[in-house]
Design a protein around this ligand. Structure first.
Ligand SMILES: [Zn+2]
Length: 95
């Protein structure tokens, strides 16, 4: 795996930046030993409807939870747009 495109190998074995769903969420969550997930999204916060409960909320960081249902969403730092947000699934909770 080539990591997130910035030449490090963190997240190996947990998918990659082009993974879908839970794999992508876990990839971003673990990227750079967890140094990415709480970073503000470089292109600006993303507004989206929760993929779990359809509540409109704003993702300000690369890994964000829906304020209503707690559904975990993530977007790859290299391509942060609403279409690329992935949802980990209703049963997923962050460690
Ligand atoms: Zn929700």
């Amino acid at each position: 795996m080539s990591g997130c495109g910035c030449n490090t190998n963190s997240g190996a074995g947990a998918g990659g930046p082009f993974s879908k769903g839970k794999e992508l969420v876990e990839f971003v969550y673990n990227a750079h030993d967890g140094g990415v997930r709480d970073q503000p999204i470089s292109a600006g916060a993303i507004e989206l409807n929760c993929h779990g409960c359809d509540t409109l909320f704003t993702m300000a960081t690369y890994v964000s939870s829906c304020p209503h249902c707690g559904g975990v969403h993530a977007v790859a730092p290299m391509n942060p747009s609403a279409e690329n947000v992935q949802f980990a699934g209703k049963d997923f909770t962050l460690p």
